[in-house]
Design a protein around this ligand. Structure first.
Ligand code: GAL
Length: 755
């Protein structure tokens, strides 16, 4: 018997809040749309949309057929994420309400079910209602309505393990596992004692802990402290070792109860006055802020896309992500656990604090966030203050107290953007946008906190709106963008009191009219909305060890006349090589080293070639013939990479990069496809603006338009799949040959997957 099943398929969707108790209506009335979850209630174009179109009410219905066996069990429905002001009805009766759009909710269905067909109805709203956080003020992002994560149906016996909190204690000396188990007597009639079997497995499925405890009748909470009697592997960003926890109830009469399972890690983390320490060692935090949205589909892109964002974060050299400005997809957090990305998770909010009722909802959000995510080893700090809000002694005292009560192992932070704010958290977390005002690059923590003593301190945003940059912007602009990221990163490392810095932000995102470039996009990302990187992404990628990934990125399109005064200098080359050698067809050759004088704190400063160090190397004075440039990167005196820049770039190839090898059929699985115009040296052709036409076999679906312009040489889109088999994707353009790619589409196993 499948005890937890995903019920994402076959929902009926309509606008407005409404009721319906007979599935015959769904097929007979045209107002209903047959859909699968996750679902975005209102798709929008990439840009230039009217966000008030999203501000409507919507209803989702599902016909659930209940047989006799199911009526003898206890059924619980769980919504992992639906935005917002949710009201759940069963056969027309209100069963539960959940106003927040980012945290999960559940309902015990059984008392409301009958044999045969039952109609589950979820009404929700895209209206930005001022009594529900984050609403009430203005917000620099779009909150996309819909049931945008998984819905599952759980079948339980009378007693279930509702939640478990795992706290790893004294991990560096005598590791222990503190286990807090919350039981739920679904019928309130549970009269017998029972046993709980607890197991912890390592990643080879070997037992590390195995024990049994007795539960007295009526007992709902229990706490155990379990010794670990063998060497453990610590979780670390470079070795994200996960253990699996399993707790099963052994009921009498051989009745099977649904076990509770989760993964966790043994690790110790602490923000101190002298930085962030992971397992006792200082780790410089290099982070990025991330929204969970995607072009066209908002939040409803599915688990794989969310998880792949974590992969990009890792590949691009970050060790931390902030879930700005709400609890994000469990799939994203799971992948952070697996990849070794530290997470700053925060409650929903943006600058505005509402009245008492609003604040209570906010406290409820903190509880829901922590209770959902306390077992993720990746999460190292809870953000318990509404991003960039004013001080509010009472509200934030309660917020901190609640977080500390719920979780004794993690510190709290609260993101502000002004100096001398009341410090009620454990870590002073500050959005520092000072660069550009005078000489200061990052603020001195003492000036920010106004406190005499040092306190743990983290920069939670920088860059962003201070220098919006599009992939289509000219080279000089992109160079300044890169320089600003380099400067803040370097300065954040200069002061050991600063634990690190988290940039604003990972990708360009949709926003309200009060922000952005008038087209409802904030171009604040180090990549565009399709996650195609700008030059600035390699500021971070180049901070990795060359063994992880060699980076050699000249911040140039290598043209005679792109920059003002036709001056190719300064030339910034982002790299993690020890040095680079530059040559030209003239035979001139010169070695250049990373500029440690300008960026003394970066692990891998860029090479910067300017009038001072170019010497006689002929980097193209005005009137000289424009020539190819060859770059070679060396590590330990060995050549590890070369990049050739042509003086005469010619369209050579339209590359089509598929983000994954296959797609799962008939679910929310998606694959990003990046199409790029490349020259004879494999360099992107930023001004080749062909239109591309995308054609697919019947079992593939393009999310968004099927005719796209190459923008700064690239076009990207996501694909979904229907029936299994081989899918065919054909791309046509004016300048390149037509190309076809084959994608295998696989059938999912019974339980389904994908948000
Ligand atoms: C911050 C804010 C972010 C984003 C950013 C743009 O003030 O916290 O959400 O709006 O500015 O740079």
């Amino acid at each position: 018997m499948t005890m937890i099943s995903n019920i994402n398929r076959d929902w009926w969707f309509t606008q407005d809040r409404e009721q319906c108790t007979d599935s015959a209506q769904f097929t007979s009335e045209t107002k209903y749309q047959h859909i699968d979850l996750p679902h975005n209630a209102k798709n929008v174009p990439l840009n230039y949309f009217d966000e008030t179109d999203l501000q409507q009410d919507f209803t989702y219905h599902k016909a659930l057929v209940i047989d006799e066996a199911m009526l003898t069990e206890h059924l619980i429905i769980k919504f992992a994420g639906a935005l917002s002001d949710n009201r759940l009805y069963v056969n027309g009766h209100l069963v539960t309400e959940h106003s927040d759009g980012y945290t999960p909710f559940e309902a015990y269905l059984t008392p409301h079910l009958k044999l045969g067909e039952n109609i589950i109805t979820l009404q929700l709203s895209g209206r930005e209602q001022s009594h529900i956080p984050p609403f009430g003020g203005r917000i620099d992002f779009i909150c996309f309505p819909g049931i945008y994560r998984d819905v599952t149906l759980e079948r339980h016996a009378d007693l279930r393990v509702k939640n478990v909190k795992l706290e790893t204690l004294d991990v560096l000396n005598q590791p222990k596992l503190q286990v807090d188990i919350q039981l739920d007597d679904l019928t309130n009639t549970w009269q017998q004692a029972c046993a709980l079997k607890i197991s912890v497995f390592d990643d080879e499925k070997q037992h590390v802990i195995e024990t049994k405890v007795q539960v007295e009748s009526g007992q709902q909470q229990l706490q155990l402290i379990l010794d670990v009697n063998q060497p453990i592997e610590l979780w670390h960003v470079d070795n994200p070792y996960l253990y699996e926890f399993d707790c099963s109830i052994e009921l009498t009469d051989g009745v099977k109860a649904q076990p509770f399972r989760c993964r966790f890690g043994f690790r110790h983390c602490e923000f101190r006055n002298d930085g962030f320490f992971l397992n006792g060692e200082r780790l410089q935090l290099i982070g990025t802020n991330r929204h969970q949205s995607y072009p066209y589909l908002g939040y409803a892109m599915g688990q794989r896309a969310q998880a792949l964002d974590a992969e990009l974060i890792k590949q691009w050299g970050f060790n931390m992500a902030r879930t700005s400005h709400y609890p994000q997809s469990p799939a994203f957090l799971d992948r952070c656990d697996e990849l070794g990305i530290l997470v700053f998770e925060e409650l929903p909010g943006w600058q505005h604090i509402g009245d008492e009722e609003w604040q209570q909802r906010s406290l409820d959000n903190i509880r829901a966030m922590i209770e959902r995510d306390w077992n993720h080893p990746s999460i190292v700090i809870w953000g318990v203050r509404i991003n960039e809000s004013v001080d509010n002694h009472e509200f934030y005292t309660q917020a901190n107290q609640l977080a500390r009560e719920l979780d004794t192992t993690r510190q709290t932070g609260g993101v502000r953007c002004f100096e001398n704010s009341e410090f009620l958290e454990d870590v002073y977390t500050m959005n520092d946008f000072i660069l550009g005002e005078g000489e200061t690059i990052v603020r001195n923590p003492h000036n920010v906190t106004g406190l005499h003593q040092e306190v743990p301190y983290l920069i939670t945003e920088y860059a962003g709106h201070m220098f919006p940059t599009k992939r289509t912007d000219c080279e000089n602009w992109q160079m300044e963008h890169v320089t600003r990221h380099l400067k803040v990163l370097d300065a954040s490392m200069a002061n050991s009191n600063i634990s690190g810095a988290i940039t604003w932000c990972l990708f360009d995102y949709n926003t309200h009219r009060d922000f952005g470039s008038g087209d409802k996009i904030c171009y604040h990302g180090i990549s565009d909305a399709f996650r195609v990187p700008k030059f600035a992404a390699d500021v971070y990628a180049s901070q990795q060890l060359a063994e992880q990934r060699v980076v050699l990125t000249p911040v140039t399109y290598w043209t005679r006349g792109e920059r003002p005064e036709a001056n190719p200098l300064p030339l910034i080359i982002l790299t993690n090589c020890d040095y680079i050698e530059m040559s030209m067809p003239t035979g001139d050759r010169k070695r250049f080293y990373p500029d440690r004088a300008r960026y003394p704190h970066l692990k891998n400063p860029p090479v910067i070639i300017d009038q001072l160090n170019v010497g006689t190397f002929p980097l193209g004075d005005w009137g000289y013939s424009w020539m190819d440039l060859y770059l070679e990167g060396y590590v330990n005196d060995e050549k590890v990479i070369n990049v050739d820049l042509s003086a005469n770039p010619q369209p050579q190839e339209l590359t089509i990069e598929l983000q994954t090898e296959q797609l799962w059929a008939n679910c929310s699985d998606s694959m990003r496809v990046v199409v790029q115009a490349k020259d004879q040296n494999g360099q992107l052709m930023p001004y080749l603006n062909d239109a591309i036409t995308i054609q697919c076999s019947e079992n593939l679906e393009v999310i968004g338009p099927q005719v796209l312009p190459l923008t700064a040489g690239s076009a990207a889109f996501w694909l979904k799949a229907q029936q299994s088999g081989v899918g065919e994707l054909t791309i046509q353009s004016q300048r390149f040959d037509r190309q076809t790619k084959h994608i295998s589409v696989l059938e999912l196993t019974a339980n389904g997957s994908g948000e």
